[in-house]
Ligand binder design. Sequence first.
Ligand code: DC
Length: 211
Amino acid sequence: MPLIAVDGPAASGKGTIARALGRHFGVPHLDTGALYRAVALSAIRAGLDLGDGRAVGAKAAALDLSLLEDPELRGAQTGEAASRVSALPEVRAALLAFQKAFAAQPAGAVLDGRDIGTVIAPEADAKLFVTAAPEIRAHRRFLELTAAGRDVAEAQVLADIRARDARDMGRSDAPLRQADDADLLDTSELDIAAAVRKAVELVSRQLDRVS
Ligand code: DC
């Protein structure tokens, strides 16, 4: 069964696309960003310094998986904190084995994140790098946040997205980047249905090549 890697920046649509790929190809899906978000939440609630690799790494090593269902998991503050703790090598090391084991399932898998095609599953059968212009990603995130009743300014959402991109791409341990053998999928001009169709087409073509 296929192993599919989906990477890309915040609000690019990679999560929706990866879930749809999981359904289409009949493989289990793991949102790896949720793991970093859960680590961030547990660190915030324990009052830890988010730059303290040892203390936050210990939280990651003993991760309380019930946090994956926490209503605060998707909040903007959690995303921002997740981006910070994900730069800590101790945190990345603690989450590595779980992600690699998920990728190695005989049933196949699709994982989405920032370093799936480069670090977690460089051997993946198919790889996508999903992106969109920062202004478009900010607009989508702004619509989601306002629909959820949050009072936010679009300019602030854009500033946050740019800061998160810079941090995720600039860190030294497993930075966000397109794997050399990943297909680029720019969703700037595509709605969800069109983006999913295109993703299925690109992945199918890559899988045909390996089989
Ligand atoms: O995809 P997301 O917004 O839920 O991810 C939150 C943060 O987690 C993101 O800013 C960077 C980090 N992350 C990572 O470093 N590596 C991954 N594979 C997934 C997420």
